[in-house]
Design a protein. Structure first.
Length: 403
């Protein structure tokens, strides 16, 4: 690692080019270790990464939840001068493989073909983790020039939807109270996600009256009542409220239905999963009021049944970093100096940035290597896009830690 680490585009790109083969090698090592969320053990992939860091005199800390289960790992590079704490976050658990026979190369083969690296997690987000590790090693060599610290956070409870590693770090008993911002290493070079719709997720427990389905007296079926409620929910009008600062409207989707058993019983319970996407002008409280209104409307039309129980599952606020945000500016400007024009975008889907917004921690997501097949068959990354991504984050972090 002989390249000079100044913030200039030439220097950080030279460093990234020098690291290129090493980043590829580490990514392949990580991809070759299955780490499917909720399926595989996480110790092997974490041990591989911690071993790489420890060989470079970077210490790591394993994160465990309240049950003692391993949910992540951190590595902190502390500058010699006081200053802000920034976090680079990438997940090491992955989506399931799907139909392994449909893959051109096995999901853990880490095969390289025609400039592409194949394998589950190559895009989301083992390549991001490998890039961040190399960046951490670079910064560890110049701590005398850094004001503040950089934390590498690797979550292995992300694809489960729990985000256990992030929650343990940001809300655990020893959680830092001085995190200034987080950069999430999701893949994709075309945009930098600087905001997203929030989520208001609820289970609706719809009640009917149980009876023998073949009996002479019919009773209200929870499934039929739930079907009525689905029609009401799916045709509900949500306020638009889109603006240049947040150009997306709210959205409501029924995502799951569960009820009934066998053939001879009129069901007395049917449960719906409802996903409401919120915005800056249609927030969590608005979503709760809308659901309550629609549920009450159906309950009133079904006398003789218990009211529907609304069980809130997840609440994450919508967020949008302002145009002058230091985090947003550092990444967009660094990419631009390297010849990559990155669009700052508000995303429809939510991400861990929404969770962080609830903690008042600014976050970006979605700037990373070029990819195909995220979560799908033949997930793969374009290897020649690695250096410019590493150089962009390198320049951005240097800018943020030189304040």
């Amino acid at each position: 690692m002989n390249a000079i680490n100044r913030a200039g585009g030439h220097d950080v790109l030279a460093a990234a080019t020098e690291d290129h083969e090493s980043v590829i090698a580490l990514t392949r090592e990580l991809v070759s270790i299955p780490s499917r969320g909720g399926i595989d053990p996480y110790e092997p992939v974490l041990n591989q990464l911690s071993g790489w860091l420890n060989e470079r005199n970077l210490s790591t800390t394993v994160l465990k939840d309240k049950t003692g289960a391993i949910v992540g790992m951190t590595c902190e590079i502390r500058g010699d001068q006081p200053g802000p704490r920034w976090v680079l976050d990438a997940c090491l658990d992955t989506a399931p493989f799907g139909d392994e026979r449909a893959w051109k190369h096995h999901p853990t083969s880490a095969t390289i073909e025609d400039g592409w690296l194949y394998g589950r997690g190559s895009a989301d987000s083992k390549s991001g983790a490998a890039i961040f590790c190399h960046l951490g090693a670079r910064l560890a060599a110049i701590t005398d020039r850094l004001h503040g610290s950089l934390v590498l956070l690797f979550d292995v409870d992300e694809h489960t939807g729990v985000f256990g590693g992030a929650k343990r770090y940001f809300e655990g008993p020893d959680a830092p109270d001085d995190v200034t911002g987080v950069m999430i290493g999701y893949p994709g070079m075309d945009k930098l996600v600087v905001g997203g719709r929030g989520v208001h997720r609820a289970k609706l427990h719809v009640h009917g009256v149980a009876s023998h389905s073949g009996g002479s007296k019919a009773t209200p079926s929870a499934i039929e009542k739930a079907a009525n409620l689905i029609r009401v929910l799916s045709t509900a009008e949500l306020p638009d409220g889109a603006s240049p600062e947040f150009p997306l409207a709210g959205k409501l989707t029924v995502t799951a239905i569960e009820g009934g058993h066998g053939y001879s019983v009129t069901p007395d319970l049917c449960t719906l999963n409802v996903d409401v996407r919120t915005t800056r002008t249609f927030d969590d409280e608005d979503a709760a009021r809308l659901l309550k209104h629609l549920v009450d409307q159906v309950d009133d039309a079904w006398p003789g049944t218990q009211p529907t129980l609304i069980q809130i599952d997840t609440r994450w606020p919508a967020f949008a970093l302002p145009e002058g945000s230091p985090l947003r500016t550092a990444i967009v400007d660094s990419a631009s100096r390297l010849g990559v024009e990155v669009e700052a975008k508000i995303a429809g889907p939510s991400n861990i940035g929404n969770y962080l917004a609830g903690l008042n921690i600014p976050a970006t997501a979605g700037y990373g290597v070029h990819y195909v097949g995220l979560h799908g068959t033949d997930e793969r990354i374009r290897l020649d896009t690695i250096p410019v991504v590493q150089a962009t984050y390198h320049a951005a972090v240097l800018a943020l830690l030189s304040v």
